[in-house]
Write a protein that binds this ligand. Structure first.
Ligand code: GTP
Length: 385
């Protein structure tokens, strides 16, 4: 086995294959030498040349990094720091989808930390979107809600339990844990929260509590599936690294949520993304390749993420800190009525830019420079900091 990056996970196949059906086109249908009739603001080639990527000049002085003081060093930016309209702007939904967490399970991870994987269904597609939850204080309202006729065992099997499961446990509820600990109603472990029925949630699912031990809003990452970057060691993008890094930051800062959306390849699906890679090898950049394949530059939307975050009690004025380099995501994730409030945007600086071991290749440099150029993401913002 070659020396693989930290995020490489050779053993596991993907859980789900995107079901996007796109008519196959033969290459001769595509004019690879000119852009088609997609109205775009500006030909990409005419943009100002970008600076070389791996340079200390654009390395932010103060960014997420590997160390014990991550909580202190997380570098946030104003959330609406980009008024620039770009071809990558995410679609805004008019109303929020309905989501339901159907099962949750504890997953011990290879780093020694635990997370709770929440699997969601919804009313807009038939994909299994996920929430990866670090910390035991974040609970799903729809999971905890009672189901007609279910037994305590049923509740435990679908993950609607408090605390931890153990052989012989018979109740999903907090009372049994308290009894087992031999204490009264107040002796439950501090980190175990009651389900929403008895918590201080407001009617819309928003948790208005202010915990003095959690002075900052929780960290959230909205991550779009990337089979190539997360499973088969691709160095064409930094998706695997970003997923690992988000998980690490949530572990060291005491909790958070990664909403993992099944919108592979910026929403065009794996087959089309692989064609886009071939177009990139023929000289086009990531956005041009999408357009040549007659896809939008970015076909993703984030309404499901908003609904999942509301279900996890992240609505309300306390807000969240969003880990992203993409300013477009901020407004998209907040939802049509600002159901989620993004208090801060925390950039995710590629590890290689921080002088650390991370994804490093000619292809990832091109990919990142295209992103930086089109999303007005990071260069000037980080430089200014
Ligand atoms: N169509 C297409 N999709 C890609 C390509 N490379 C990566 N992706 C997909 O892009 C998605 C990640 O989106 P990005 O635009 O890189 O990042 P972002 O989510 O907008 O911004 P961040 O929050 O900063 O990561 C994943 O779903 C990848 O599968 C590519 O060359 N073409």
């Amino acid at each position: 086995m070659p020396d693989l990056p930290a995020h490489a996970s050779p053993a596991l196949p993907p859980i789900f294959t995107p079901e996007i059906q796109t008519p196959m086109r033969i290459p001769s249908e595509l004019n690879l030498n000119r852009m088609h009739d997609h109205a775009q603001p500006q030909p990409i080639r005419s943009r100002k040349p970008l600076p070389p990527l791996i340079t200390p000049a654009i390395t932010p002085p103060n960014t997420p990094s590997r160390g014990q003081d991550d909580q202190l060093r997380l570098h946030s930016l104003p959330v609406y720091d980009s008024g620039v309209s770009t071809p990558s702007q995410a679609a805004l939904v008019e109303s929020l989808p309905i989501v339901e967490c159907v099962v949750r399970a504890r997953i011990p991870t290879t780093t020694g930390q635990e997370m709770f994987l929440h699997l969601y269904t919804n009313d807009v597609d038939n994909k299994e979107h996920l929430a990866i939850v670090f910390g035991s204080n974040i609970r799903s309202r729809s999971l905890d809600a009672p189901r007609p006729g279910e037994s305590e065992r049923d509740r435990m099997i679908r993950g609607a339990y408090v605390g931890r499961l153990h052989p012989g446990r018979t109740s999903s509820r907090l009372e049994q844990l308290r009894r087992e600990e031999g204490g009264g109603p107040t002796s439950a472990p501090r980190q175990i929260n009651e389900p929403s029925s008895s918590s201080n949630s407001s009617v819309d699912g928003a948790d208005e509590s202010t915990d003095p031990d959690e002075p900052q809003p929780p960290l959230v990452r909205i991550h779009s599936e990337c089979y190539t970057g997360e499973t088969v060691w691709s160095a064409r993008c930094d998706c695997g690294e970003q997923l690992d890094e988000a998980a690490r930051l949530m572990q060291v800062s005491g909790g958070g949520v990664i909403v993992y959306l099944r919108q592979e390849g910026r929403g065009i699906g794996l087959a089309e993304k692989l064609k886009a890679y071939n177009l990139q090898d023929l000289g086009n950049d990531t956005y041009e390749a999408n357009l040549l394949l007659r896809h939008p530059a970015d076909a993703r939307s984030y309404g499901l993420a908003t609904s999942i975050l509301v279900d996890l009690g992240m609505g309300g004025q306390r807000g969240i800190r969003l880990l992203t380099n993409n300013p477009d995501k901020v407004r998209a994730v907040e939802g049509p009525n600002r159901e989620i409030v993004v208090r801060e945007r925390v950039p995710m600086v590629p590890l290689a830019w921080q002088g650390k071991r991370g994804v490093n290749s000619e292809e990832v440099d091109k990919y990142l420079s295209t992103k930086v150029g089109l999303q007005s993401v990071g260069v000037h913002t980080w430089d200014d900091s």
